[in-house]
Design a binder for this molecule. Structure first.
Ligand code: OGA
Ligand code: MN
Length: 202
């Protein structure tokens, strides 16, 4: 909705990051979770790789998630609705902040129990097209003891202060891709999300 978009835009302008519970309606998050679980069971996810295709980039972090890249004409209405909700944010950011974000690239991700992603930045040294990182979480009844928080290092270095985002269904985490080192803490349950990046022309 417009007020929620405005809050995310304002937070991003002021702080460079935002945690927005309920960005995706509970029913939409549940439908997308079921879709992700079905595709995972069907063997459609692939191990995520560190660095760019071709392996040219320095290894920045260890990551244990499996991913499935998405297209905008995905056959699942649940996928298309989530991508549309993110496209609305891309438009709002462009309108308010003139960021020139021309596209959204997105994948589903599952972190199997015990998997995480060490501290990293989402911008590659030789590709600065990723401007804003967005993560929509899909997990039902997530408890603190399940772990799996996204830890944002707010000062730009790998030291406090930090902000932890629990991966509750419908919560959106947004942050400037080149500014905030972050990590995914290991979880005790499978952890599902839709992760994306708003890109500028590179
Ligand atoms: C990533 C990432 C964060 C999360 O995929 O680059 O940092 O909370 N994901 O899943
Ligand atoms: Mn990341």
């Amino acid at each position: 909705s417009a007020p929620v978009l405005a809050r995310v835009v304002d937070a991003l302008a002021a702080d460079g990051w935002c945690e927005m519970p309920g960005y995706l309606a509970a029913s939409d998050a549940a439908a997308l979770r079921e879709e992700a679980i079905a595709r995972d069971r069907a063997g459609r996810f692939r191990p995520a790789r560190v660095g760019r295709a071709g392996g040219a980039a320095r290894v920045l972090a260890i990551r244990g998630d499996d991913i499935l890249w998405l297209d905008h004409d995905d056959p699942s209405p649940a996928v298309r609705r989530a991508l549309a909700a993110l496209e609305a944010l891309r438009a709002a950011l462009n309108e308010a902040l003139f960021l020139g974000l021309v596209e959204l690239e997105a994948h589903l991700a599952v972190y199997p129990p015990g998997a995480g992603y060490g501290v990293h930045l989402d911008r590659f040294r030789d590709d600065d097209a990723r401007v804003v990182s967005v993560v929509l979480y899909l997990n039902d009844a997530w408890r603190p003891e399940d772990g799996g928080c996204l830890r944002l290092y707010l000062g730009g270095a790998e030291s406090p202060p930090v902000h932890d985002v629990a991966p509750h269904a419908g919560t959106l985490a947004v942050f400037l891709a080149d500014r905030f080192p972050h990590e995914v803490l290991p979880a005790r349950r499978a952890r599902y999300s839709l992760t994306g990046w708003f890109r500028r022309r590179s």
